[in-house]
Design a protein around this ligand. Sequence first.
Ligand code: NI
Length: 174
Amino acid sequence: MPGIVRFGVSMDTKLLKEFDRKICSRGYAASREAAASREAAASAEAGAPARHAAGNRSEAIRDLVRDKLVELAWQDGPGQGRDVVGTLTIVYDHDVRDLTDRLTDIQHRRHDSIIASTHAHLTPHTCLEVIIFRGRPAAIRTIADALLAAKGVRHGKLVTTTTGSEFHEHRYRR
Ligand code: NI
């Protein structure tokens, strides 16, 4: 049954300080209640190290864990793992002969792993396409590599994410 587990983590002071600095600058602000209780605790324990700059460590650590789990899910080989989601953005040369057809052919052949795609005419000579994948990681990488390798594709990047189904939706208290 899903629930919340609290656990303690021992960490080098310098490492934790650097982590706090980073998460605060990235918007993991501590809730007002948490900040107030930390200030109260700090003033109650004279000389105790101030913890006011800690930010929302729990949320930051949960995000790191989820990010690592998604990264590991994408490392599964052919025929392994669960479905993942990815988006490939490519910028390509509109004037390269047959390129649009070739890119569309690749996508049609692997339509089972592609949810949707969208196309923007950036300039008279360049196109941008975003292709949304859902399927096994190895299959998605193979299709993405084929699209990126097509002659006339100038730049592209695969963003790897998740269907989200493995993450329990729970309202965490800060
Ligand atoms: Ni176009």
